[in-house]
Design a protein around this ligand. Structure first.
Ligand code: GN1
Ligand code: MG
Length: 355
């Protein structure tokens, strides 16, 4: 199977070592080492990304824009096939793409210190800033409604009605808690109508392992560009809050280990605003804490919805996996909400009016 795909790029599978790579839930990733050259091979989940060609098209536009206007930016160009395509489509309709593995780069699965959090936030902020001159109309929606919380909430309500009855019963407490936080959805609906919220090119998956670092800990670039599309800053800043603030990640079943660390919040505010301070409106800056609530809440809803729908989207490694993930995110939402006051102070200390 992989042999045909690699052959499309002029590589000989027998001369390469192919190993599963990374921890993504949606696409499947391998590291392919052929002699002294290494690559990242990915199978795009076609169930999720209905039109993978749009991903290749977006990446091409972004690459061209960066090469032209910001040639100093380290952009990882996808490898083209021998017939000059950005994707390989197999006979059974699977989509693959290849990119070089950046030599001497390091990626992390855990945010081990505040410097890492700062650097990652700087990288994602820089990415949006450098693309601010790009005509947004040229960038396609690779996953329509991906961060549409209103729709996610509707899907949740549907699952509460039509999902697995015993799982619905078992989740009663969690369903009620999600309903109690429904102001987060109401606020999102206001944001969508508010001209102070700008649509920009956002990454939409800002977890730490989507940043490449050099050996001295400096950020090199952001990777995993499948979900790069028009969106709101709350998606990127919020997903950093979701994945950098707590020392325990979304898989943690011991919820007492989940906390929202203020010094990490400060680090991502500094890293992000250092790049985007002049780009974000006052109203947007006032919603920096909301951003975290928005993303954590949405992820909680998505995990619970999936649990009620028998794990159809995320799959499950054990019986109550998605219920545990949802509970984990709900706990994180509580922890962030409790820290609202301190977090506002941190934004204000950056010299921003959050009044
Ligand atoms: C999925 O596949 P991965 O791990 O990059 C999901 C994100 C979730 C994340 C939760 C396309 O991302 O939205 O935040 O799982 N991506 C998609 O771990 O659904
Ligand atoms: Mg991803």
């Amino acid at each position: 199977m992989q042999a045909t795909i690699l052959a499309a790029y002029g590589l000989v599978a027998d001369e390469c070592n192919i190993q599963p790579f990374g921890s993504g839930l949606i696409n499947t990733t391998w590291k392919v080492t052929c002699g002294n050259r290494a690559y990242i091979l990915q199978r795009i989940n076609h169930q999720v990304f209905k039109n993978p060609a749009l991903i290749a098209q977006n990446i091409k536009h972004i690459g061209e824009h960066l090469n032209l206007h910001h040639p100093e930016y380290f952009f990882v160009e996808p490898v083209q096939t021998l017939d000059n395509k950005g994707l390989v489509i197999t006979e059974n309709g699977e989509y693959f793409r290849l990119q070089p593995f950046v030599p001497d780069s390091v990626s992390y699965d855990v945010v081990m210190n505040v410097e890492l959090a700062f650097e990652a936030a700087r990288q994602f902020g820089q990415f949006t800033r450098l693309l601010s001159g790009l005509d947004i109309a040229a960038i396609q929606m690779t996953l329509p409604d991906f961060h549409n919380l209103t729709l996610r909430y509707e899907q949740f309500e549907k699952a509460v009605k039509n999902g697995n009855p015993s799982r619905i019963k078992e989740s009663a407490g969690m369903i009620a808690a999600i309903q109690r936080y429904s102001f987060i959805t109401t606020t999102f609906e206001k944001i969508r109508l508010d001209p102070d919220f700008k649509i920009r090119v956002m990454h939409h998956d800002t977890k730490i392992n989507n940043v490449l670092f050099n050996k001295s800990g400096n950020g090199l670039c952001v990777i995993d560009l499948d979900t790069v599309m028009p969106g709101y800053f709350i998606s990127d800043f919020g997903d950093m809050m979701r994945t950098y603030l707590s020392p325990a990640n979304e898989e943690e079943a011991d919820f007492s280990k989940i906390t929202a660390r203020e010094e990490y919040f400060k680090a991502i505010v500094d890293g992000y605003l250092g790049e985007l301070k002049n780009e974000l409106s006052h109203t947007e800056i006032r919603h920096m804490i909301y951003a975290g609530q928005f993303m954590v809440y949405m992820q909680c809803i998505r995990f619970l919805t999936d649990y009620l729908n028998d794990d159809a989207y995320y799959g499950a490694k054990y019986e109550k996996h998605n219920l545990v993930r949802a509970g984990n995110q709900l706990t994180l939402l509580d922890r962030i909400t409790e820290k609202e006051g301190e977090f506002f102070q941190a934004v204000a200390m950056h010299g921003n009016s959050v009044a």
